[in-house]
Design a protein around this ligand. Structure first.
Ligand code: FPP
Length: 251
């Protein structure tokens, strides 16, 4: 932790919602002659660093892509190890998360997860439900296309039964039907390990996000890497489709 940099960062707007694609665990482990799972275990230390740093900086929401619907296709031992890691991490970290006022949420098809995982998640969410600090959102068995299709089906059902008019299906109604309906849209997306892709993550919610791609693998992503990403975000001009001149006139 570098408190002087943190003090500087909070002088300017810090992203309200940061999303992270935690990539590179497997490659990082293989480069060290270790099994992929070693990289995931090391990756938990980065999760802890990010949660603590975002909490200190006053970030409102941190969404982590912990397991995609596509990840079910990985070798079964790796899938099992990731599920066990999730349970053991929640057990080990819950007291600290609670003490730090972190509130836990999930998005995704969590009914697909092993029962032990679902129980641990439910218990952790219930335990932290009244916390008022960082909202930590774990995307588990999640894909953006799944969520968008699910939202469209929900709205279509409501229209078919006359509960809403088709013309009332607008941007806001659609957002309200997504599993992220209670969270603001993402302002900064960070992906580690050198891949410049979105990989089916939060497609709707990223519409106006600033994208930041780091070459550092997730297990090595440090507080300083996060500071750099936030500084980069703070130096960008966010025009939302307008011109620079219009933005100056709005101030
Ligand atoms: C991607 O790296 C990472 C994952 C699919 C899993 C991320 C999980 C963790 C960091 C641990 C558990 C998380 C929590 C929230 C407790 P990769 O395996 O695709 O890396 P590669 O591209 O190098 O193969």
């Amino acid at each position: 932790m570098d408190s002087s940099i943190e003090q500087q960062l909070v002088q300017r707007p810090v992203p309200v919602h940061i999303a992270m694609i935690m990539d590179g665990n497997g490659r990082w482990a293989k480069e060290r002659g270790m099994p992929r799972v070693f990289g995931h275990r090391e990756g938990v230390n980065t999760v802890r660093r990010m949660v603590e740093t975002c909490g200190r900086l006053g970030v409102g929401y941190l969404t982590l892509y912990a397991f995609s619907t596509e990840n079910w296709g990985r070798p079964q031992p790796e899938v099992n190890a990731l599920m066990e890691l999730l349970v053991s991490t929640l057990r080990a970290e819950l007291a600290k998360l609670h003490e730090n006022q972190v509130r836990l949420h999930t998005i995704g098809r969590t009914a697909d997860l092993p029962v032990a995982c679902q129980k641990e998640l439910d218990e952790s969410m219930r335990h932290t439900a009244n916390n008022t600090g960082l909202n930590l959102i774990l995307a588990l068995s999640y894909s953006a296309k799944w969520d968008i299709v699910r939202a469209a089906q929900g709205l279509a059902k409501q229209a078919a039964t006359g509960h809403i008019a088709i013309d009332d299906i607008d941007d806001q109604a659609f957002k309200g039907a997504l599993s992220t309906c209670n969270f603001p849209d993402v302002e900064l997306l960070i992906r580690t390990s050198g891949e410049n892709r979105i990989s089916n993550f939060l497609l709707w919610e990223l519409a106006y996000a600033e994208l930041y791609f780091s070459k550092t693998p997730w297990p090595e992503f440090s507080e300083h890497d996060l500071y750099t990403a936030i500084q980069d975000f703070q130096n960008r001009e966010r025009r939302f489709g307008k011109t620079s001149e219009q933005l100056i006139n709005e101030i």
